[in-house]
Design a protein around this ligand. Structure first.
Ligand code: ZN
Length: 200
C-alpha cells in the first residue's frame, strides 16, 4: 500500500472508512477513480459535496429533502388526512417502494429507549402532536418496528393520541417480530399496511 503516492494513499484511506469497505476494495475503487475520465471523478466529488450542502430535513415531516418541503409533502396528489409515523427516513422509503400508502409521513427520528436515555422529548413526539392538532389529520398509522422499543413507542404514541379526535392504527402482523421495516419485503409490507388495526 505504501508504494502508492500520497494522493492515492489519501483517497484509499478515506474510502476505507466507509461502512463495509475494506482496504482492498478501497484500493480498487481509488484506482478506478484514477483511471476514470476527469469529468466522472469531478461529478463524484461534486455529488458528495452537494449531498452535504443541500440535504436537510423537511420542515413538515422531517424526512430528508433538498428543499423546505420534501417531494411527498409537496405533492398535492397525496392524501394529507393520513399520517404514517415511522422511525427513520429509510422506513419511509421502504413503505414508498411497497406502494401501500398514499398519505403523508412523520419521521420520529428514533424510538423510545429508556435504557439508552431516549425519552419522548428526544424523538419528534411533540411535533407529531402539533401536526395532529394543526393539520386536518383523520388517521395516524403507527408504523414503528416490531422490536421491543418499537412496540413501546407505538403504545406510548397511541396513548398520547387517544385523547385527540383522530383514528389511530398500527400496521399489522406480517412484519416479523423485531423486524426493521427497511428489511421487510414489499409484499409483506403492503399486506401489513392494508390489514392495520385500530389501537386507540
Ligand atoms: Zn416532508
Amino acid at each position: 500500500m505504501q508504494h502508492y503516492p500520497d494522493s492515492i494513499l489519501n483517497l484509499i484511506r478515506r474510502i476505507s472508512r466507509l461502512p463495509g469497505i475494506g482496504e482492498k476494495t478501497a484500493e480498487r475503487l481509488a484506482l478506478h477513480i484514477l483511471r476514470a475520465p476527469g469529468q466522472e471523478a469531478e461529478q463524484l466529488a461534486r455529488a458528495i459535496l452537494d449531498l452535504k450542502a443541500k440535504t436537510r430535513l423537511c420542515s413538515r415531516c422531517y424526512s430528508l429533502s433538498d428543499g423546505s418541503l420534501c417531494r411527498i409533502c409537496g405533492d398535492p396528489q397525496r392524501d394529507s388526512t393520513q399520517l404514517c409515523v415511522v422511525e427513520q427516513p429509510a422506513d419511509m422509503v421502504a413503505l414508498e417502494k411497497s406502494g401501500a400508502f398514499r398519505g403523508l409521513y412523520h419521521i420520529l427520528g428514533g424510538v423510545l429507549s429508556p435504557m439508552d436515555g431516549v425519552g419522548p422529548d428526544k424523538i419528534r413526539v411533540r411535533e407529531l402532536l402539533t401536526r395532529v392538532e394543526t393539520e386536518a389529520v383523520g388517521e395516524v398509522v403507527i408504523a414503528t418496528s416490531t422490536s421491543v422499543e418499537g412496540e413501546a413507542t407505538a403504545d406510548y404514541l397511541s396513548g398520547q393520541l387517544a385523547r385527540r379526535d383522530v383514528r389511530v392504527t398500527r400496521i399489522a402482523s406480517g412484519v416479523p417480530v423485531g423486524g426493521d421495516l427497511k428489511f421487510v419485503d414489499q409484499v409483506t409490507l403492503k399486506r401489513a399496511m392494508e390489514s392495520r388495526r385500530d389501537v386507540a
